[in-house]
Design a protein around this ligand. Structure first.
Ligand SMILES: [Zn+2]
Length: 175
């Protein structure tokens, strides 16, 4: 079993998010740098920030647009904003998010949702000609995470769990 298995496959997740994350962790998504290697030339540069060439690490972590979403997610999930890049993030998550605690579940869920929505936003900009601000994308992620966490019953009412529930504006908080 590969070491990142636990962050990519877990129960009560959103299946389409996990599939996309599984592709992303293996860097199998066809970002523009890969297309260029095959001689296929799409739009110039990153469609999210419009300032950088698009490759996997840029799109999913280094891009200013993506980073704005990541930092909001990190704040809600109690993740320090100290991680510098995609590889470091995967290594850190793999080591830190072991087990089935509520906190780890919320982090895995949010990670998968963020990667999925960044890829969706890229798709919408390139192929549909529609774009949204990072705030709007984050709001959509927030709705999904809140709905999922709201369904979690018997969450142990520790301070950390309650902090995460409040951060995601969960309605159903045990006192
Ligand atoms: Zn960018």
């Amino acid at each position: 079993m590969v070491e990142w298995h636990d962050i990519v496959w877990f129960k009560k997740a959103v299946p389409r998010h996990l599939f996309l994350l599984w592709m992303a962790v293996q860097q199998k998504l066809t970002t523009q740098d890969k297309l260029h290697r095959f001689g296929i030339h799409g739009p110039n540069g990153c469609s999210l920030c419009l300032r950088h060439n698009e490759d996997h690490k840029h799109l999913f972590f280094e891009c200013s647009y993506t980073k704005a979403i990541w930092w909001d997610v990190c704040d809600r999930c109690d993740i320090p904003r100290m991680i510098k890049g995609w590889d470091e993030w995967i290594r850190w998550a793999t080591v830190s998010w072991h087990g089935k605690s509520f906190v780890n579940f919320s982090r895995k869920l949010s990670f998968a949702a963020t990667v999925y929505h960044v890829w969706q936003e890229r798709y919408a900009r390139i192929f549909v000609g529609m774009s949204r601000t990072s705030n709007l994308v984050f709001n959509q992620i927030e709705c999904i995470i809140r709905d999922k966490l709201d369904l979690m019953r018997n969450v142990v009412p520790t301070n950390e769990n309650k902090r995460i529930q409040r951060a995601w504006r969960v309605n159903n908080i045990n006192s």
